[in-house]
Ligand binder design. Structure first.
Ligand code: BGC
Length: 772
């Protein structure tokens, strides 16, 4: 694991505290003395109500009508001294000028009422998606597919700059839930199924957002909010916000990992998972919120709830028998700010709880201190407002180029029986419900929560749909939808066969069919689905098109892998563009024309059957092979495509793998080199992935784990030696009893088709935090 800047600055273990034998680690974010002094001074001057106000966050729709703050909203802020506001006014994207004035007005009221600036937060999870004219990047699942950290960094950087142009200093991103259950409606918001990929990409995004110094974030950067802490991506039912059943070992080893890395890289806030694990809602889990995060990691950032989730401890989770008890449980567990989000009973209840001795003043001070520290770190006391005129690059060419480049590296070529690249003069039929929609390219959290805002022409008409991009790139393009969604509707599951016959007739007059299928957009609980199969209408469309005998290029445009087993053999080529954003269709046209090369790989395992989901780091016994191979635990897992699968217009050959240690001990750093050669005819980029396997272990080992990756570019015939590093401790696992464990014995490392075995010479067992 790469050391981050802050850890490198300080020794990991600094002292044993006098009264406690637990080793205290160095602060995840080294504090700035001046800021701390200012925070303490302010805290001393504040009343209990004012401190609780800092802990209260309400939604913009509770205080405003569109961009107009209502008298009732004004009064809520003043009465409860509300310290933070979230969400896009009116639930729809606004102009940057509109935001500038809106947040300025909130600041005017808040400063008058509390003497502190507001902390405004938006869900800019794939670029500046709630500000009109802002730059929308591909969703995180795409960035993961690029296996290129630079794109995550760029997205963070652009989002920060453009959010500040709209006077917004905080965003609820990156999302680092492990997308390990393909049924889950938010899989696409994450960096896929692997803990290491999530950690690496999240750290890059945090750095891009916050800049290099989390104590002085400055006017071109914003605070990140790593979410949703943690284990949100593996609900047992597959439905959003339903309970998980994650073993303690898995929680620590995989789900905690990206959060730990992001917090150590300076992430200034985290948001909590709405659901529960093994009966314990995350919002009242003292062990995780206070011990793991605040104490073990010595992290001084701020913990915010998710939407109404304190109240949900009472109304949904039923671990509290009243609203007030829910407040007590959550605040005592370590929550610093409550996204209430509509009314402020929270503030009334919390004040009473303090007066009754149920919540300590120390806890309130800790929470308020963390909120104030964040506001200071963001520079809001010096400059509460930032204005569009100081951000000339907002929505400009330079940002568009970065979003386009991210899209180009994020679309995965899954199959190509020689038909791609397409000749310019072919007669191309573009068809399918995803062929002519900006909404489906973007996914949820785009102009509106569920993404239907991207269908509003004034918002996105300057960008190209797939049909428009192909029409611009190729000589002879016809469009017939065949099947259509209702692109303005919330009923995203609905599609209708409107023109299958016409599409088939057009196919007969074409040389090639580009069938754009997949999903309409959704998000969170409204995105729950009972069936992962592609819709009947779309399957029927592809079958009817295939009957013409014309070759089909399937373009999958989807947030989670829809089962396509039945129609996969009917396609000559398949590209999964996932959710590539406003420039995703231009990128696709360039790739299909062969003017750029595909280089993305799947960051998740693509399932073949709805009753057979898998992740790449499964336990050996999970592999039951195919019908022919029952009890064959070394069979190739029967999935549609494995994690890491992705083709190119060229081929890469791996050779000469070396490892620095054939035998190693716990403190060793193992260096791996491998030669990668472009043996094809065209230039290409290749993500080089290093996997490890612990052959036998006292807890049943994962078959493999990704430990390092790097992306390189090679001209035809060119060879590069790639160097990757693994610290020995990265090869450890968390055992049944929750302890990090590195055991003696054999390990295998593999890169491409190259393998080496090596031996660990010692067994060590240690507690969290596993900081290298
Ligand atoms: C979502 C979060 C989001 C929050 C604020 C919640 O419903 O789960 O991801 O940040 O709303 O909009």
């Amino acid at each position: 694991m790469k050391k981050n800047r802050f850890i490198a600055l300080t020794a990991a273990i600094v002292a044993l505290t006098a009264c406690n034998t637990t080793p205290k680690v160095a602060p995840a974010i080294p504090q700035d003395k001046d800021i701390e002094a200012k925070v303490e001074k302010l805290l001393k001057e504040m009343t209990l109500e004012e401190k609780i106000g800092q802990m209260t966050q309400i939604t913009s729709t509770a205080i405003a009508n569109g961009l107009e703050i209502t008298p009732a909203g004004d009064s809520i802020i003043r009465t409860y001294k509300v310290g933070s506001i979230l969400n896009t006014p009116g639930g729809i994207a606004q102009t940057p000028e509109g935001y500038d004035k809106f947040v300025q007005e909130i600041n005017r009221i808040t400063l008058e009422a509390t003497g502190t600036p507001t902390l405004y937060g938006l869900d800019h999870i794939h670029g500046t998606s709630y500000v009109l004219g802002g730059t929308l990047f591909p969703q995180e699942i795409n960035l993961a597919a690029s296996f290129n950290r630079t794109h995550a960094y760029n997205m963070g950087m652009v989002t920060a700059y453009e959010s500040r142009a709209a006077n917004v200093p905080w965003t609820f991103s990156p999302t680092m839930d492990l997308g390990r259950n393909p049924e889950w409606s938010r899989m696409w918001e994450s960096f896929g199924e692997d803990a290491y990929v999530n950690a690496q990409m999240a750290v890059a995004e945090v750095r891009g957002m916050q800049g290099e110094d989390p104590n002085h974030v400055g006017p071109y950067h914003i605070a990140a909010c790593a979410k949703h802490f943690m284990g949100y991506g593996v609900p047992v039912t597959g439905q959003d916000r339903t309970p998980a059943s994650i073993a303690a070992s898995e929680l620590r080893e995989k789900h905690f990992e990206p959060f730990k890395e992001a917090m150590q890289a300076g992430a200034l806030s985290i948001m909590v998972n709405s659901a529960s694990n093994n009966g314990m809602p995350f919002h009242c889990n003292t062990e995780l919120l206070t011990q793991w995060v605040k104490e073990d990691l010595n992290w001084d950032g701020m913990i915010v709830t998710d939407w109404a989730d304190i109240n949900n401890l009472y109304t949904r989770e039923r671990v509290a028998s009243s609203k007030k008890e829910a407040v007590k449980l959550a605040i005592n567990a370590g929550i610093d700010m409550a996204m209430v989000p509509y009314e402020c009973q929270f503030a009334i209840d919390l004040k009473e709880l303090v007066e009754e001795g149920e919540v300590s003043m120390e806890r309130i001070d800790d929470a308020a201190r963390r909120v104030l520290r964040l506001k200071y770190r963001l520079g809001l006391f010096d400059k509460p407002d930032t204005m569009l005129e100081d951000y000339p690059e907002f929505g400009g060419e330079a940002h568009a180029k970065l979003a386009y480049e991210a899209a180009l590296e994020s679309e995965v070529l899954l199959k190509n029986n020689g038909i791609l690249p397409l000749q310019k003069n072919l007669r191309i039929l573009v068809t399918g419900p995803n062929a002519n929609s900006m909404r489906t390219l973007n996914g949820g959290w785009s102009y509106t929560w569920q993404g239907e805002g991207a269908s509003i022409p004034q918002f996105t008409q300057q960008y190209n749909t797939i049909y428009e991009a192909l029409d611009a790139k190729f000589d002879n393009v016809t469009y017939v939808p065949g099947v259509e969604y209702d692109l303005m509707s919330g009923n995203w599951k609905f599609d209708e066969a409107t023109s299958v016959k016409e599409a088939v007739a057009a196919a007969r007059k074409s040389d090639v069919i580009v069938a754009c299928i997949g999903e309409n957009t959704y998000c969170e609980t409204p995105g729950n689905d009972e069936d992962l199969d592609l819709s009947d209408n779309q399957i029927a469309l592809v079958k009817a098109l295939a009957a013409t005998g014309r070759p089909i290029v399937l373009v999958l445009n989807e947030g989670r892998p829809r089962i396509i087993r039945e129609i996969e053999p009917l396609a000559t080529a398949i590209v999964d563009i996932l959710l590539p954003g406003n420039y995703g269709a231009d990128a696709l046209a360039t790739l299909l024309a062969g003017e750029a090369n595909f280089s993305a790989k799947l960051p998740f395992t693509y399932p073949k059957y709805t009753n057979k989901f898998a992740v790449y780091d499964y336990k050996p016994a999970e592999n039951q092979g195919t019908m022919e191979g029952v009890y064959n635990y070394t069979a190739v897992m029967d999935v549609q495509w494995p994690f890491g699968h992705g083709l190119s217009y060229t081929k890469f050959a791996y050779s000469n793998m070396t490892v620095s240690h054939k035998e190693f001990k716990a403190d060793d750093v193992i260096k791996v080199t491998v030669d990668v050669t472009n043996v094809g005819e065209v230039a290409g980029k290749e993500s080089v992935l290093l996997f490890s396997s612990d052959i036998y272990a006292s807890s049943t080992p994962d078959v493999r784990r990704l430990r390092a990756f790097d992306k390189i570019e090679l001209a035809p015939g060119e060879t590069k030696t790639v160097e990757l590093e693994v610290t020995a401790k990265d090869l450890a696992f968390v055992n049944y009893y929750g302890k990090w464990t590195l055991e003696k014995g054999e390990f295998a490392l593999s890169v491409g088709d190259q393998n080496q075995t090596l031996n660990c010479l010692e067994t060590i067992v240690w507690d969290e935090p596993n900081i290298d």
